[in-house]
Design a protein around this ligand. Structure first.
Ligand code: KIV
Length: 263
């Protein structure tokens, strides 16, 4: 097993796992100093491409952004979302995952669960492709953005699903928008680490969409804590630039290229 994956698993019940999303090299380079896992999430469909859902994101989109992110990473575990329809069956899933791994040199892929595709996870794991699972709100398969696990019946269903994903060989699992009680139950029952988003602090680690926590996406559900308001910082800088250009303050003589020196 990949050393980085072993290290993530060994954090369970010891230290919290820190994860964020990245879609480009420059952002990944900053995150790499502070994160255990960097996910090239298919949330890029909404965040970067302005699409209504993640459904139309292509393998090419995810592969090319991952190639960029990889260039910014020295130590974090690089996980890549498999886009919807790229793992409809075992063969297709295996071949596409192999292609992603080969082209991007990522460490693992993430598959959203539809409570049926456990065999696909098992097939990838059998082919030496590390898999992260994902249950609860899974935007590739569910349209209702809601909290799951509030009833005993839902809790049992989610726990069964998580156990099947663990049995299929996944090395960790994302719990998205799952009630605190059920997240606690799943985290206590599973041997593999749980990474929560909107699923309380009972999980073994946390993940957020970076653009949300930096205050640049405009999407701030209750579970997102805004650690910065980069929208305001960028607006302030762009406003100043605009004024400088209009008043002929930029470029100043400091920025003129008189000789051959460019730096
Ligand atoms: O696509 C994504 O960014 C994700 C995270 C929200 C876990 O799947």
């Amino acid at each position: 097993m990949n050393k980085k994956i072993k290290k993530i698993i060994s954090k369970k019940n010891r230290t919290k796992i820190v994860s964020l999303t990245a879609y480009s090299k420059n952002v990944a380079k900053i995150l790499d100093n502070y994160c255990d896992i960097i996910l090239v999430g298919d949330s890029m469909a909404n965040v970067l491409y302005g699409l209504k859902s993640t459904h139309k994101l292509s393998l090419r989109n995810i592969t090319e952004h991952t190639m960029s992110v990889k260039k910014g990473i020295k130590k974090s575990l690089l996980v890549v979302d498999m886009p919807k329809n790229s793992y409809k069956n075992k063969n297709q899933g295996r071949e596409n995952a192999k292609m992603i791994m080969k082209k991007t040199l990522c460490d693992a892929v993430k598959l959203e669960s539809n409570n049926k595709n456990f065999q696909i996870i098992a097939e990838l794991v059998k082919s030496n492709i590390p898999v992260m699972g994902h249950i609860g709100y899974t935007p590739q398969f569910k349209s209702k953005f809601t909290v799951e696990g509030n009833t005993k019946k839902q809790a049992k269903k989610l726990l069964d699903e998580a156990l099947k994903i663990e049995k299929a060989g996944a090395f960790s699992i994302v719990l998205e928008c799952i009630s605190p009680k059920t997240s606690k139950l799943i985290t206590k029952t599973l041997k593999i680490p749980t990474i929560g988003i909107g699923s309380s602090s009972y999980c073994d680690g946390q993940i957020l969409v970076t653009d949300d926590m930096l205050g640049i996406s405009g999407f701030y559900p209750k579970f997102v804590k805004k650690y910065a308001s980069l929208d305001r910082t960028i607006a302030k800088a762009v406003k100043k630039y605009s004024t400088d250009v209009k008043l002929n303050k930029f470029p100043s003589t400091k920025n003129f290229l008189n000789g051959s020196r460019i730096k």
